[in-house]
Write a protein that binds this ligand. Structure first.
Ligand code: CA
Length: 238
């Protein structure tokens, strides 16, 4: 899950970014409306948190430009207490929810989760073979045994389970799970996959995480493995 925070006040932007990151999301932050529009056009976000008072343009203008797109991320507006009109206008123009400043972080997180769930066509629980992942409670089980995962490990596993049987490149995984400030090597994916394997696969005779040579990794359970391996050969990932 990748979120964009549009907020010019650095203190609030940092606070939001830190909180959302520790909740396991990849978070990009921009301080200007123009940058927000550019990023929404170049990157697929699962949610945009948008402050209405920005230095270069009105948040409502940003909202209009975002909502012109074909694939539209949900938008959560942040507004000052005295701008009731703006909030109403925001909702009329297609914002999905709003929060009045000052707000508690738990409140923002709760609303963000509702909007992220709404945007998900897939169920709240993912299952591949005997491996289950509860997206809401953030719990993972294999063969009914609970498995503890770090937030990034959880995000990678969730991404792989949603794309069951599809080979994913290291770049795809990095772009999905890390934010734009991450400019390290995609080798970090190998490190995390190693951790995931030790927690998910090592104890079990049937392995779920597969290395796809020349591409990256794929998660699948035995019954569809053969079919997926065939598909993998036909996939070109640059
Ligand atoms: Ca502001």
């Amino acid at each position: 899950m990748r979120l964009l925070v549009v907020e010019d006040e650095k203190r609030i932007a940092d606070f939001l970014s830190r909180g959302l990151q520790s909740a396991g999301y990849a978070v990009d932050v921009v301080h200007m409306g123009a940058d927000a529009i550019e990023r929404v056009h170049s990157t697929e976000y699962d949610l945009v948190v948008l402050d209405l008072g920005l230095p270069d343009m009105e948040g409502l203008q940003v909202l209009q430009k975002i909502k012109n797109r074909k694939t539209i991320p949900p938008v959560l507006i942040l507004s000052a207490r005295d701008s009731v009109d703006d909030r109403v206008k925001g909702l009329e123009q297609g914002a999905d929810d709003y929060l009045v400043k000052p707000f508690a972080f738990v409140e923002l997180l709760a609303r963000a989760r509702v909007l992220l769930r709404r945007g998900q066509p897939t169920p709240e629980k993912l299952q591949v073979g005997d491996l289950t992942l509860d997206c809401i409670r953030r719990k993972v089980h294999r063969n009914n045994e609970g498995i503890e995962l770090a937030p990034k490990e959880f995000s990678i596993l969730e991404y792989m389970m949603r794309n069951r049987g599809r080979p994913l490149s290291r770049t795809m995984i990095v772009e999905h799970v890390w934010d734009m400030d991450y400019d390290g090597l995609t080798n970090i994916v190998d490190v995390y996959i190693r951790h995931l394997r030790s927690k998910i696969d090592d104890k079990f005779p049937t392995k779920m995480i597969h290395t796809v040579r020349g591409i990256g990794y794929m998660l699948d359970a035995p019954e569809t493995q053969q079919q997926s391996a065939g598909a993998a050969e036909n996939v070109n990932v640059s």
